[in-house]
Design a protein. Structure first.
Lengths: 602, 227
């Protein structure tokens, strides 16, 4: 049963703690050598506060938050690897994963098709030379997740690199983004008037929520209209702002959402250097998940991979596992939809599709990267592709400096929020555009597509592979790009494109009368599948909502401070969630900020 | 200052944590160099360059398993870029050496670095033998809990090319020496590489991606500048 009162936190249970628990209470001080000071319990716990099933990003952040808060956590995953929907996998692991999708053992993924060149495995590359993300993500330097990474010190387990090149694909070429004031001024191509208008807009957007007079009249209209009518910007600037800087999905994006997203980019710029975004080496969300799980373990959580929840009985609070063991769960069972047990009947609907295409090419693609960097974002705005795309296709390019692929190769992650069959056409068109572009930009390469073999000796995979093989060969021009790996898949999610998780999703049916006696998952609280969002922005929001459901309040979410000599230089507390703020929601009237619009004059 | 990542392996309750505890907290406490376990523990030792007699600081970044070994649930992150490993067994536990052996295998399959220094460590020496140090014979028979012989572990270690020692985290016997030996060994192995790197530093390879230290945000505040 969910206790109506907050449980004492780890700090409160320490004898030295005599502080109030209000929001202004001192953060919990974790003693030097915590986690290794007390011997760990020898056996599986018989009783835990929270059972978390699935080790994806949100679940892992939640596990760490709860452990440091003082809850006992048992965290399991049915897979033999960490990360679940956020995992970073080797090529061999991807092969297994694709088979599992196609035989139906991983729900909410479908239509997986895979090619692996014989060069991987039996050729010059090994499976484990590659780390392929199932949900590739970038990290804005001014974001709530980054603050939590620093506060929890999980960042010390990770290595980060910068990403500053955002390209917009337009008229068959990649335009590099002009994103700094200096660049705007220096840009020879921009007319003076446009420069002035652009600067005006940038000045406004950094404090847009304080100037409702400017945008409120446009609140229900599209950002594109707002930029054209109010700021007299022209299509190239509108597209850059919306799609490259804002990373919006389509031209209809509403004003408040777009403003929030554009500011996210601009306010992240120059926090750690002249770039807005970071990514973690060796893999993205998969690495971060491992880091948060390790943090949770240090905080006392118990970890068990290869373990599946068979059933949970909300009346007796007993959770039963596939290895026959049992645990008594005092408060809540949290489960990822991909980890469902048989006879699960309460999984939320996942109506939206995210289509992904992940390729590994034998080319370093360094022409797309900024100097000293090894990654780039390429955005294909609506209407820029041969397929007449209505939704944006986003591509995240990772070179070998990320240690996710060997030298001389590069990973291309393409994705779109387009639904249905159109999506794959858009992805193919974007891939073709990238392929032509990289071939044009670099010296000719001798490719040999005889090396490309289909993978999958059984059922669905094979049929799909053959179909795919034909269309693929048609696309490749004579001066070929060597593809080492190609993976298509569709992931489902409950989160509509553009939104962060819907908190009502977590309103679990607590009414025992409504329990389905046949169901194995009564009373289980499901997490959301990853959304299409290319940044980590939804993660903390989702973890916080779940945390509040369990603890009763999110006041002490990662409210920890580690006792240390060389204290961290103040990591700013005023972070914001770029998409959704907890209390000051973007569309809500803010009458108190009725300042005059003097800012409009430059 | 050279920095190396050191991981601990071995079954639960063989005393991995107490070895680190002893090493980090006891011997170098006054330096207050150790950082907290939420990330990992850090401890610095000094070694001597055998040729130049120069003092070299070696900083260990020590990763404890945090219990994730119990169900074989250690993440790839744990092993990544490890330079040295302590594989610990319990001198007073019957299967403990064979379990340590399987950790050695696991380690060799997970860590890419061929120069990985593995130290096989038998812990809880304080519960074992040493007739000379004991009083009456009756007492010794009661207290000697050793079940793994020195010879058995030593020959395995020699066979596998591992360093080997029997220690006691409780009394501190041999603990310091283990880390000292690892430091010296790592320095010896990495020295040529380090020298080569030093010479290359001037003409930095531009294709090498630059890592960002996110701990210290870049501010425009001139007072925060280290000049």
């Amino acid at each position: 049963m969910l206790s109506p009162e907050r449980r004492p936190s780890m700090a409160e249970r320490r004898p030295s703690f005599f502080n109030s628990t209000g929001p202004n209470a001192n953060p919990l001080i974790v003693p030097h050598l915590a986690g290794i000071e007390d011997p760990l319990p020898e056996t599986t716990p018989e009783k835990v506060d929270v059972l978390i099933v699935g080790s994806g990003m949100v679940e892992s952040v939640l596990a760490a938050a709860l452990s440091w808060q003082g809850s006992t956590v048992l965290h399991i995953d049915k897979n033999d690897y960490y990360g679940d929907t956020s995992a970073t996998l080797t090529v061999d692991q991807i092969k297994r994963w694709v088979d599992q999708i196609n035989n139906g053992s991983i729900p909410f993924y479908e239509n997986a098709k895979l090619y692996v060149s014989t060069l991987i495995g039996s050729g010059k590359y090994a499976s484990k030379d590659f780390g392929i993300d199932l949900s590739p993500k970038i990290l804005f330097t001014k974001s709530d997740l980054l603050s939590i990474l620093v506060k929890s010190r999980v960042h010390q387990y990770l290595e980060f690199q910068s990403l500053s090149n955002f390209h917009t694909y337009e008229n068959d070429s990649f335009e590099k983004l002009t994103n700094t004031k200096q660049e705007i001024f220096a840009d020879q191509k921009l007319p003076l008037m446009t420069k002035r208008n652009l600067m005006k807009f940038i000045k406004f957007v950094l404090n847009w929520d304080k100037e409702p007079e400017i945008w409120k009249p446009y609140a229900n209209r599209s950002m594109a209209e707002f930029l054209v009518e109010k700021f007299r910007l022209e299509k190239p600037q509108v597209f850059e702002l919306l799609f490259s800087i804002g990373l919006c999905y389509n031209i209809d994006t509403k004003v408040p959402e777009a403003l929030q997203r554009i500011r996210r980019y601009l306010s992240s710029f120059d926090v750690y250097g002249p770039f807005p975004v970071l990514y973690s080496k060796y893999g993205g969300a998969g690495e971060l998940s491992q880091g948060f799980c390790r943090s949770a373990a240090v905080g006392g959580a118990t970890y068990k991979l290869n373990e599946k929840l068979v059933s949970y009985n909300p009346t007796t609070n007993v959770a039963l596992f596939s290895d026959g063991s049992k645990v008594n769960v005092v408060e809540k069972v949290i489960m990822s939809p991909t980890q469902i047990s048989e006879d699960s009947k309460n999984v939320p609907k996942q109506p939206y599709q995210i289509h992904r295409l992940t390729c590994i090419v034998e080319k370093d693609c360094s022409t797309w990267f900024s100097e000293g960097e090894s990654a780039a974002i390429v955005v294909f705005p609506p209407g820029s592709l041969k397929s007449g795309n209505k939704q944006v296709v986003q591509a995240f390019i990772l070179g070998s400096g990320s240690e996710c692929c060997p030298s001389g190769t590069c990973i291309w992650y393409l994705s779109t929020t387009e639904q249905g069959v159109r999506a794959e056409l858009d992805l193919d068109a974007a891939l073709e555009a990238m392929e032509l572009s990289i071939i044009r930009e670099t010296s000719t390469d001798i490719g040999d597509d005889e090396d490309i073999v289909q993978f999958g000796s059984n059922g669905q995979t094979l049929i799909n592979s053959v179909k795919l093989g034909k269309s693929f060969k048609e696309y490749v021009p004579r001066e070929k790009l060597q593809f080492l790996f190609k993976l298509y898949y569709t992931q489902r999610t409950s989160t509509p494109p553009f939104e962060v998780v819907d908190p009502t999703l977590f309103n679990v049916n607590k009414d025992t009368e409504k329990f389905d006696p046949e169901a194995s998952d009564n009373g289980v609280l499901y997490t959301s599948m990853p959304s299409a969002e290319i940044s980590y922005d939804e993660v903390v929001t989702a973890a916080k909502v779940l945390y509040e459901k369990i603890v009763g309040s999110d006041d002490d979410f990662f409210d920890i401070d580690f006792e240390d000599e060389d204290d961290l230089p103040g990591s700013s507390q005023d972070y914001e969630n770029a998409i959704e703020d907890d209390d000051e929601d973007m569309g809500i009237d803010k009458s108190e900020s009725a300042e005059f619009v003097g800012e409009m004059e430059i | 200052m050279l920095q190396f990542k050191l991981v601990l392996l071995g079954d639960s309750s063989v005393g991995k944590s107490s070895i680190v505890h002893r090493f980090v907290k006891d011997s170098f406490d006054e330096l207050r160099e150790s950082t907290i376990g939420a990330a990992f523990l850090a401890q610095t030792i000094k070694i001597k360059d055998t040729e130049t007699q120069e003092d070299i600081d070696i900083k260990f970044e020590i990763w404890d398993t945090a219990g994730q070994e119990r169900y074989k649930s250690l993440a790839p992150m744990y092993y990544r870029n490890a330079n040295a490993a302590l594989v610990v067994y319990d001198l007073t536990q019957k299967n403990s050496l064979s379990k340590a052996m399987s950790w050695v295998d696991e380690l060799k399959s997970k860590v890419g670095d061929e120069d990985l220094v593995i130290y096989l460590v038998g812990n809880k020496l304080d519960l074992c033998d040493n007739v000379e140090n004991r009083g009456g014979k009756e007492q010794e028979e009661e207290e000697n809990k050793r079940v793994v012989t020195t010879q058995e572990a030593d020959s395995y270690a020699k066979d596998q090319g591992l360093l080997f020692a029997e220690i006691s985290a409780k009394t501190g016997q041999g603990v310091k020496e283990v880390f000292q030996t690892i430091g010296e060994k790592l320095y010896e192995i990495k020295k040529p590489e380090l020298l080569a790197k030093k010479n290359r530093e001037y003409g930095r390879n531009s294709s090498e991606a630059v890592d960002i230290n996110i701990q210290r945000p870049n501010t425009n505040d001139p007072t925060s500048c280290c000049s």
